[in-house]
Design a protein around this ligand. Sequence first.
Ligand code: ZN
Length: 410
Amino acid sequence: MTLDLVIRAARLEDRGPAQDIGIRDGRIVEIAPRIDTDARALDARGGLVIAGFADSHLHLDKACLLDRAANPAGTLKGAIEAVTAAKKDFTTEDVYCRGARVLDRAIGQGTTLIRTQVEIDPGVGLAGFDAVRQLKADYAWGVDVQICVFPQEGLLNYPGTEDLLRQALDRGADLLGGCPYTDTDPEGQIRRLFAMARDYYVDLDFHLDFDLDTSWRHLDWVAREAIAHGMQGRVAIGHVTKLSMLPPDALSDTIALMRDAGIALTVLPATDLFMTGRDHDRAVPRGVAPAHRFHDAGLCCTVATNNVLNPFTPYGDCSLPRMTNLFANVAQLGAAQDLSACFDMVTTAPFRLLGRDPALRIGAEATLVALPCQSRADTVAEIGRPIWGVKSGRQSFDAPQPILCVGGRE
Ligand SMILES: [Zn+2]
């Protein structure tokens, strides 16, 4: 059969046999040990080939702000205040340019699916949403973007926010987010968002329990509402840094609660490590939720980027292999099966959370990323940098590995 593109020597499973993959009209049409064709070829060189990485939590609208928003204390309060002040000057063009810088990087790092959290309130209006919606359309050649609109500065305490969130949903936002810890009525915000999610039949994704005080939490309210609304499997919570402070018994109870409520856990290690425990002058608590424990119990757990070069996280290269390596290091994971689980948290788990199937089989969309490693665990351990990517049958990036110049190049 006539092919548009053929992939050579791709491993579809850990240390599995090398296979060729035939692509036509944007789809995988053949997988075989050897495909005879004159079609253009991309060589995977015996490395793992996957459907790309998925970043389930990435703020495009407030990325790349270090030149205008400082947070010298490194606290959550300082970050929110700095972004709130900078946000007054956000325009659609400005958000578009900064978001584009992030998407350029993310595509080159092998990310093919992103859920982006976009702030909506009467201060910024729909400027961020309009920019991200345009980015979603303009970057469809390289990455699929799902838009989660949310009230970073509170919902019930900020009149006009709900109306704007509804406008964004009417105009194509994919789901609703929440941030109860900044609301004067956190429980009221959670109830209101579940009611809105029911109205629009969209999923929910909360910023939740972003501190280390285990004497209170909002998780129980979210779990109660998820069960009451029959939304098991459609609710995610991010940060939840309190989970890092739970003793084993309480952690087991919480895992059972989240399993019953079908709630997914997203860990954002770069931000959590940067911001939490700022009141400690030594032995600073890590504040990273033990996602591997939840993953082992069968829950959907993702590791994500969250912020890039802003007051919440003054770092970022959009690499999900790097982010999951950071998580593995903090969680003290080293066995191959644990590192494989970490790999799943930036691939199969976020794909599932975002409602996509990343399996590479005949008939599937030809979105493929080649890695310089033969296994998932190796990719996490070595921070394997993708060497090329294909989106819907067309090459989306090329990132050759370094070529050493032994003895110097003349
Ligand atoms: Zn976030």
